[in-house]
Design a protein around this ligand. Structure first.
Ligand SMILES: Cc1cc2nc3c(=O)[nH]c(=O)nc-3n(C[C@H](O)[C@H](O)[C@H](O)COP(=O)(O)O)c2cc1C
Ligand SMILES: [Fe+2]
Ligand SMILES: [Fe+2]
Length: 392
């Protein structure tokens, strides 16, 4: 538990055990599920944490407010990483009312069988008074679920933003940021955004416009640090990512069964390095411990303007992990990128043409016909220096 101000407390938890967030995204530095309390004449709890942390969560709540009852549980977002202790908390706090918008109600019933008489429905601009302060609610649909809203504590300029402005990587004991925290979390924030929210650039832009009128002094999101010192950088990064804006640089994303496509990828990385071109390289099939695969490649696609996809020909098609990556780009409507494809084959190469066709359908600028080479990678077959020049 960390006290954030006279009235507000952090009561979230760190999860270092989960291997894949949403069953897909690796968590090398863990993740936090953040929950907050505003204790005034009345007490509001804002979101809960994932199941499995019942005792730790309840202990944090009690450390903040002792045996005081909780009057309201505000549900900003129904994804189970925040909602799965709702039923547990309703049982522990029998007078507590859930505060939620109309789209949330059927989800509450469907997931947790929440009885209607325990739910107070609020709408856009709705407000509940806690005594000397009040909470108001703004809908930010599709960031990244339809029922998503944020909660605004005017008296403290505090935005309880749900997943917006969230990031992977567990929080340290202080929870609150300092001027260096943004850089420390930057990569994990881009990875979180690109993996989870990336599809919803337009709704994020709409939300940012809506929130721009608020004089925000503190952002309490549901994952990662509480932002105070770094608010301008955090908001600017979300703005940039949701506009799909990137720097010149190369994300090499490849898959390989027997190392030939991988050798070409490594050789290209060396040539980019020699030219001082910013780049990242990802093994999409995660052959080595610590590889972030599609998750890491998506992060770097949201950083750099050039995608280089490498795939051997596999049953006359694209190697499945590389296909997954291409589908992930499609699903996120990643636009405005330059593209180059390469890969090894043995009897009849078709992966490179198929990759180019997918990229073309997404409107990418195809930088060349690509490099489809038979069997082993050799310098004679593969002029990676020429490709690096093309990508510069
Ligand atoms: C299951 C499987 C299916 C393959 N299908 C094709 C194919 O349809 N056409 C082809 O030319 N080579 C095919 N190959 C051969 C690979 O493309 C070739 O071994 C390539 O060098 C592998 O590159 P890598 O070392 O990067 O994995 C296949 C290999 C395997 C194991
Ligand atoms: Fe979520
Ligand atoms: Fe979340």
């Amino acid at each position: 538990m960390v006290q954030l101000s006279e009235r507000t407390y952090y009561v979230g938890v760190n999860d270092f055990d989960k291997v894949l967030f949403e069953g897909l995204w690796p968590l090398p530095y863990g993740v936090s599920y953040n929950s907050y309390i505003v204790a005034d004449e009345k007490v509001a709890l804002i979101d809960t944490v994932e199941c499995g942390f019942e005792e730790e969560f309840l202990a944090n709540v009690k450390e903040a407010i002792g045996e005081r009852p909780i009057d309201y549980l505000v549900v900003n977002h129904m994804e189970p990483d925040h909602s799965s202790l709702i039923a547990y908390m309703l049982e522990k706090y029998p007078q507590m009312q859930i505060v939620a918008n109309a789209k949330t109600v059927p989800m509450l019933k469907g997931y947790y069988g929440t009885p209607e008489d325990r739910i107070t429905v609020i709408a856009e601009g709705g407000r509940i008074s806690l005594g000397s302060c009040s909470l108001s609610f703004l809908m930010i649909p599709m960031v990244h679920w339809p029922e998503t809203m944020v909660t605004w504590l005017t008296e403290e300029g505090t935005l309880f933003s749900g997943d917006a402005f969230g990031t992977f990587k567990a929080v340290d004991e202080d929870v609150v940021d300092n001027p260096d925290t943004f850089e420390e979390y930057r990569d994990e924030m881009i990875r979180y955004y690109s993996n989870i929210v990336g599809k919803y650039g337009n709704p994020v832009q709409t939300a940012l416009k809506k929130l721009s009128g608020l004089d925000i002094k503190r952002i309490c999101s549901t994952h990662g640090p509480v932002w105070q010192d770094c608010i301008p950088q955090v908001v600017a990064l979300y703005d940039k990512m949701s506009r799909y804006e990137v720097e010149r640089g190369v994300c090499i994303a490849y898959g390989s069964m027997y190392g030939n496509t991988a050798a070409a990828a490594d050789a290209l990385a060396l040539e980019l390095e020699a030219r001082g071109i910013p780049y990242a390289i990802h093994d999409l099939a995660c052959n080595n411990a610590g590889d972030l695969g599609v998750s890491g490649a998506l992060r770097d696609v949201f950083k750099y303007d050039t995608i280089v996809a490498g795939s051997p020909t596999y049953n006359n098609g694209i190697f499945p992990p590389v296909e997954t990556f291409m589908k992930a780009l499609q699903a996120r409507a990643v636009k405005g990128r330059r593209f180059y494809a390469f890969g090894s084959y043995t009897w009849s190469g078709s992966s490179v043409n198929q990759l180019n066709a997918l990229a073309e359908a997404m409107g990418y600028e195809i930088l060349g016909t690509g490099l489809s080479f038979p069997q082993a990678y050799t310098r004679e077959k593969c002029d990676m220096a020429a490709i690096a020049d093309l990508l510069a």
